[in-house]
Design a binder for this molecule. Structure first.
Ligand code: C2E
Ligand code: MG
Ligand code: MG
Ligand code: MG
Length: 276
């Protein structure tokens, strides 16, 4: 009967809810231990200049490697850690690992490229976060210009005042600031000129999902030319095919990142394959 169906639907919903809550309770129990025992590991994904194909940077992406060797992707724990506030600890830990490795490369005389770290909007809630980040960067002897922070467009407009002042401070200190998943949120184009960032990172949805048709190309072409005219550097993420690369190069996109060039990889592997 209809009634029975509804009951069943509800039971399935409750089942899913229970599973989620118990997964979250487990994560809450294990997070401190995991951080101390280096279960959070940093992967790097190269960014490539479309002009000449050179690697011009890389993005740090965190994974949770459990003791049994299984790897949990960030989408399964970052949203929960944004709700309980632990994400700020993870972000600073990722930054610390990135700076540590950069200082090793610097000492070895390697050519450094800027590395980017994703930051949650929660950082905007702590008044001295920019100073804390600068201090950490200095402690490793790395120039702020060698670090970029990526914050999503959605995050920027969820907590506008505080996040905006955090980003402005970081830029004043000399860090790069990039708006991630740009174009996937709901902000209208009139905010574009006043966005506190030097880089716009076009969301991977522009190249995927909706299909790569002519109207889509027109939209991307104009977004890029507008961003360039407003003095943003532009990177496109989710680049998977030679066709994507050819198109982006033709419309004046500065940089690209995606499986076409490389998947995110452990730092050691990045060092072996991508560092000179
Ligand atoms: P994001 O910053 O927008 O990162 C891009 C995501 O797209 C990454 O997923 C990356 O592995 C994936 N990707 C890269 N190239 C391609 C491609 O060609 N095709 C497709 N389909 N996907 C591609 P990942 O590593 O699972 O990270 C997911 C999200 O988790 C990130 O999105 C970011 O918002 C968040 N995240 C990751 N690491 C951190 C971190 O250390 N701190 C914070 N706060 N968030 C993080
Ligand atoms: Mg990112
Ligand atoms: Mg993104
Ligand atoms: Mg994303």
């Amino acid at each position: 009967s209809i009634k029975g169906f509804h009951k069943g639907g509800c039971a399935i919903f409750e089942e899913g809810m229970k599973r989620r809550l118990s997964a979250e309770a487990q994560m809450a129990n294990r997070m401190e231990y995991a951080l101390e025992n280096r279960e959070f590991v940093v992967y790097l994904q190269p960014k490539v200049a479309l002009r000449d194909g050179r690697m011009v940077g890389a993005e740090a992406l965190v994974r949770w490697r459990r003791q049994d060797g299984s790897i949990i992707p960030p989408d399964e724990f970052i949203p929960f850690f944004e709700r309980n506030g632990f994400v700020t600890r993870i972000d600073l830990y990722v930054l610390d690992r990135v700076l540590e490795r950069m200082s090793v490369w610097k000492a070895a005389g390697k050519r450094l490229v800027p590395l980017s770290v994703n930051i949650s909007r929660i950082h905007g809630d702590s008044p001295n976060q920019a100073e804390k980040i600068l201090e950490l960067t200095r402690r490793w002897g790395i120039e702020p210009a060698m670090i970029e922070f990526e914050l999503t467009e959605t995050a920027l407009f969820q907590n506008a005042g505080r996040v905006r002042s955090l980003l402005e401070k970081l830029m004043e200190m000399g860090f790069g600031v990039s708006i991630d998943d740009f174009g996937a949120g709901y902000s209208s184009l009139n905010v574009l000129p006043s966005i506190p960032a030097n880089i716009l990172k076009l969301d991977k949805g522009f190249l995927q999902g909706r299909g790569f048709n002519e109207r889509n190309r027109t939209l991307v072409r104009h977004m890029i030319s507008m961003a360039v005219d407003l003095n943003f550097r532009v990177i496109c993420e989710g680049v998977e095919t030679a066709q994507d690369v050819e198109f982006l190069r033709a419309v004046g996109c500065d940089m690209a990142q995606g499986y076409y060039f490389a998947r995110p990889m452990p730092i050691d592997e990045f060092e072996e394959r991508w560092m000179e």
